[in-house]
Design a protein around this ligand. Structure first.
Ligand code: PLP
Length: 398
């Protein structure tokens, strides 16, 4: 194996742009660079390409509604997953005036959590549904937390650190039973698991391009037809007045193409990724003692593996992996750099000695068995070396 090649197992942080996506985007930089809002045909013709991309996004998500122009009007293009999360919660609280409670989970991405904290500073009450040691949501708690004062419930479709998939439909029904709206952050789920919004109660769903082989800086927000929507970004009349700002045309085209590719390959990729992920986990389990695999193992994304190597520091493992050109992450990308275990692992109640040594491997369609085998061989000497100098390992109860 070529040691100079980067083995990229950090796809929940970001993914490579698919070359086919890149080719679809290319004409929109130097040739077809017009503004879709322009009256002239040079610019105006681009609007049709944006609508095609909107349909491609809608098709991946199972959003069947088309307006009188045939446009997939439930999809709003955004700049990223975080914007979609903020915009959805903002719209929901505005659509339910008089209700001042937001119910979410303790393991959301900061795109939801930080916005909820901001809203709590503005007077909203935020309630966090806890998870168990496998990262599963406490549905009894959710049932009690969601009440007549709840404006919106926001529960992610799949967790970015453990891959655990949440019962979003069940919680959406609970929300509706109390007159609240329901949002899901599907940034990690879109393109990895089937989504059928047509047969769903979800009101808002956010996705992000760079997690599914489209570029960074583009995302989409689904807003169910008939749901009152107050924009987060006021400006021009783009996106039917729901999101001001000249469209990021090339990236929108890229997102559309990435969604079309994901939709076509979803089930085959699911099988391929599950096989690779299982190969990695079995290989690690056979060669290294005192590990634990985190999350709801029976119900998680096919590409994600969160492994705790007990009694050592995840950051040290990452550094040694990095020296071998292997990219992974400890906790979520956003908590990298801090030595505190991530809020997700803390919410799951992982013991200190396990939480600190947790590495997230997240795979993509571009990974190969050869790469996984290389990682399986690389890990044992790294773990052995770090445990040899770890006071927790030498001093542990045997
Ligand atoms: N939600 C989840 C679950 C994520 O994993 C991420 C990114 O890591 C985001 C939201 C934020 O997406 P973006 O980077 O496009 O803002």
């Amino acid at each position: 194996m070529n040691q100079n090649k980067v083995i990229y197992l950090d796809n929940n942080a970001t993914t490579a742009v698919d070359p086919e996506v890149f080719e679809a985007m290319r004409p929109f930089f130097c040739e077809r660079y017009g503004n879709p809002s322009s009256i002239h045909r040079f610019g105006g013709s681009v609007a049709a390409d944006i609508e095609e991309a909107r349909r491609q996004v809608a098709d991946l998500l199972g959003s069947k509604f088309r307006d009188t122009d045939g446009n997939a009007a439930e999809i709003i293009f955004t700049s990223c997953g975080s914007e979609g999360d903020n915009a959805a919660i903002n719209a929901a609280v505005n659509a339910r005036p008089g209700r001042n409670k937001i119910v979410t989970t303790s393991v959301e991405h900061p795109g939801v959590l930080a916005y909820c904290r901001e809203l709590s500073r503005r007077g909203f009450e935020i309630e966090y549904i806890p998870v168990d040691e496998r990262g599963r949501l406490d549905l009894d708690y959710a049932e009690r937390a969601i009440d007549d004062s709840t404006a919106v419930v926001s529960v992610m479709w799949a967790n970015n650190e453990t891959g655990t998939i949440f019962p979003v439909e069940t919680v959406a029904r609970m929300a509706h039973a109390r007159g609240a709206l329901f949002h899901t952050d599907a940034v990690q789920a879109a393109g990895k698991v089937p989504i059928d919004l047509d047969a769903s109660e979800i009101d808002f769903l956010s996705i992000s391009g760079h997690k599914l082989h489209a570029p960074k800086g583009v995302g989409a927000l689904f807003v169910r037809k008939g749901t009152r929507f107050k924009p987060l970004i006021f400006g021009g009349h783009q996106e039917k007045g729901r999101r001001g700002g000249t469209e990021n045309v090339a990236s929108i085209i890229g997102l559309g193409r990435a969604c079309a590719i994901a939709r076509k390959n979803l089930s085959a990729e699911n099988i391929q990724l599950t096989k690779l992920r299982n190969r990695l986990e079995e290989g690690v389990q056979q060669r290294i003692s005192h590990i634990r695999i985190n999350g709801d193992l029976a119900n998680r994304l096919p590409n994600t593996s969160s492994i705790s190597f007990e009694y050592i520091e995840g950051e040290s493992i990452l550094m040694l992996l990095d020296m071998m050109n292997i990219c992974a992450s400890s906790g979520s990308a956003c908590t990298t750099g801090s030595l505190e275990p991530s809020h997700v692992l803390r919410a799951m109640g992982l013991p200190y000695t396990a939480a600190h040594g947790t590495i997230r491997f997240s795979l993509s369609k571009y990974n190969t068995e050869e790469e996984i085998d290389y990682v399986i061989e690389a890990l044992p000497p790294i773990i052995e070396r770090l445990r040899a100098i770890s006071p927790y390992w030498t001093g542990r109860d045997k």
